[in-house]
Design a protein around this ligand. Structure first.
Ligand code: BG6
Length: 314
């Protein structure tokens, strides 16, 4: 089984069943951080700090039942983001049963040994091939570092056949204290496509982004590191990405919240979706080609975060 270890003495992972009988993999760091990933959707459903705090949002009304992804954590949007295409909203990958990949090929870059990981695999079913006729292998490596940082590496391969194109997002539900206390740094002056105005293109003004109404935007060509600052919690999420040019920012606010059956009316105050994504321009793979898209998330005390912003994705 392709699972990295912190050391031979501390395997750092276990496989359990969720309440629907689907396997979940739990990785724990020696210092007490953890990540839980469900084979339903390859969805990270929990990420906890060393202090045991949950860092990802999960709705109190979330439905943990296939075939829908549960509302929270990090659903994978593939091979389509949103509803711009012929497939179901955000593609089918988040609604499929993934397997644990015993034979995942090694990653190209030198991976940090101080991580424990699990490799998951999704291949199309016959039904998937009817609605999206492309033979692919999607490998997802979920890793937790010694420090509790979460990393997700997606590798999509065109196994055989004609070129195909897809869009993609790590639909990351960050847990925040109060949306009115949150700001994003790193997206200033960028262009964005506004999903609330038929994807019209606008340019962000000079200041960090704050929230006072519904937001549903694709920031295009964003930097590889951005920060989500939670003033009240004194916590900053550092989002590092590679191979993913865009950042989607979504908060449904009050009106849309009321239309979502698996989301509480007031829960928009406790969450913010910040997705590393490839949306504006589709990724195209020829036969035998592979694409890699990587996300790294760290949660740090706000006073320490300025050190992290200059760092490239490692
Ligand atoms: C966001 C989209 O990324 O996901 C929104 O931009 C959408 O338009 C939201 O409402 C949630 O989607 P879903 O399918 O998980 O309810």
């Amino acid at each position: 089984m392709s699972m990295g270890h912190y050391s031979e003495q501390t395997p750092g992972f276990e496989v359990t069943k969720d309440w629907n009988g689907a396997d979940q993999v739990v990785i724990r760091s020696p210092r007490g951080a953890s990540v839980r990933v469900s084979l339903h959707g390859g969805q990270v459903v929990s990420w906890r700090s060393e202090r045991g705090e949950e860092l990802l949002f999960t709705s109190s009304k979330a439905i943990f039942k296939p075939p829908k992804p549960m509302r929270g954590g990090i659903p994978i949007c593939f091979p389509q983001f949103g509803n711009c295409g012929t497939l179901e909203q955000h593609g089918f990958a988040r609604n499929r049963l993934w397997t644990i990949d015993d034979e995942a090929p090694p990653l190209n870059h030198t991976d940090n040994n101080c991580k424990a990981s699990v490799d998951l695999l999704l291949k199309p079913s016959e039904d998937d091939l009817k609605c999206w006729p492309h033979c692919f292998e999607f490998r997802l490596r979920v890793s937790l570092s010694m420090d509790g940082d979460l990393s997700l590496v997606s590798r999509v391969r065109n196994v055989n056949g004609k070129p195909f194109s897809f869009s993609f997002a790590y639909h990351t539900y960050l847990s925040v204290s109060d949306i009115s206390e949150v700001r994003i740094e790193g997206l200033e002056t960028l262009d964005y496509l506004d999903n609330l105005s038929q994807r019209e293109r606008f340019t962000e003004q000079g200041d960090a982004i704050t929230f006072e109404s519904e937001v549903d935007r694709v920031y295009v060509g964003s930097p590889s590191v951005i920060a989500v600052l939670d003033h009240e919690k004194k916590r900053t999420f550092i989002v590092r990405k590679e191979g993913l040019p865009d950042i989607v920012v979504w908060n449904p606010w009050d009106k849309k919240s009321k239309t979502m059956s698996d989301f509480g009316d007031e829960e928009y105050k406790q969450m913010l979706c910040v997705d590393a994504a490839a949306v504006e321009r589709a990724i195209t793979l020829k036969q035998g080609e592979e694409w890699t898209g990587k996300l790294e998330l760290s949660a740090v005390a706000s006073t320490n975060c300025s050190d992290h912003l200059g760092y490239p994705c490692s």
